[in-house]
Design a protein around this ligand. Structure first.
Ligand SMILES: Nc1ncnc2c1ncn2[C@@H]1O[C@H](COP(=O)(O)OP(=O)(O)OP(=O)(O)O)[C@@H](O)[C@H]1O
Length: 229
């Protein structure tokens, strides 16, 4: 379980996270939701130890993020971090050398799933194709958790359907997924849990299926109620 308790974060005098607590479980897809600037990306970076926090605690399966972090959690940022001149095949080889958790067979499966050409150079990819390759780099690691910042951004409608299909396939399996997205309405059928951020705190965290069956509301309905209140 990824667990945040009373996390606080500021940039200079700007308090971005005032008191953030929530959990993201293995075998579930948890979505962090909030308006622009709510602090979603900051939370993902804090979990990965890429930005320090000023208070509270972050634990992954009971342990604070440490040196073995990248064996436990893979992080897919909102843009592709591969030199533009590098071919995709070279980037895959680099990942294999660099990450002990790298699974080359799964990487090949994902390349085929998204119809990607390993001979292409990273700098020549369209925005949506770069987003798909970014998913390959993250999902081909054998980690218990996958953290994704805006994985659907820039991806056209039909490709989005194939990206969504990955989440319910063996390629994600029983891992825990924590993601952010602004396309909530289109992918809410995939979500198990939603965590709504407002004014630096968790305004509401809920089981999407339960809210659907007990309150008859979609995630977007709850978002409207909570974030526009
Ligand atoms: N390195 C930084 N230095 C100063 N302020 C920052 C830095 N990174 C983020 N911020 C500020 O922290 C706040 C939260 O930013 P963050 O990117 O986490 O929001 P977000 O919810 O991911 O937004 P969006 O939906 O627009 O992607 C914003 O006000 C942003 O300007």
């Amino acid at each position: 379980m990824i667990e945040l308790s009373h996390v606080r974060k500021r940039f200079g005098f700007k308090k971005v996270l005032q008191d953030v607590s929530f959990t993201a479980e293995q075998g579930q897809i948890t979505c962090l939701i909030g308006l622009n600037g709510a602090g979603k990306s900051t939370i993902l970076k804090a979990i990965m130890g890429l930005t320090p926090i000023q208070g509270g605690a972050i634990r992954i399966d009971g342990r604070p993020p440490g040196k073995d972090m990248y064996e436990r959690v893979s992080y897919i940022p909102d843009h592709l971090i591969v030199p533009p001149s590098q071919r995709l095949s070279e980037a895959l080889r680099f990942m294999e050398d660099f990450y002990r958790s790298w699974n080359p067979a799964r990487a090949n499966e994902l390349m085929a799933f998204f119809g990607l050409d390993a001979k292409e150079r990273a700098g020549n990819l369209s925005k949506g194709t770069a987003a798909k390759f970014n998913l390959v780099l993250g999902l081909a690691q054998d980690t218990d958790y996958v953290i994704m910042d805006e994985p659907f951004s820039g991806i056209d409608l039909f490709s989005r359907e194939s990206v969504a299909a990955v989440f319910s396939s063996e390629l994600v399996g029983e891992r825990g997924v924590l993601l952010t997205t602004h396309e909530v309405g289109e992918i809410e059928f995939l979500l198990d849990k939603a965590v709504l951020l407002r004014q630096g705190t968790v305004a509401r965290s809920f089981d999407c299926e339960r809210v659907r069956s007990e309150e008859g509301k979609s995630v977007v309905d709850v978002m409207r109620e909570v974030l526009l209140a």
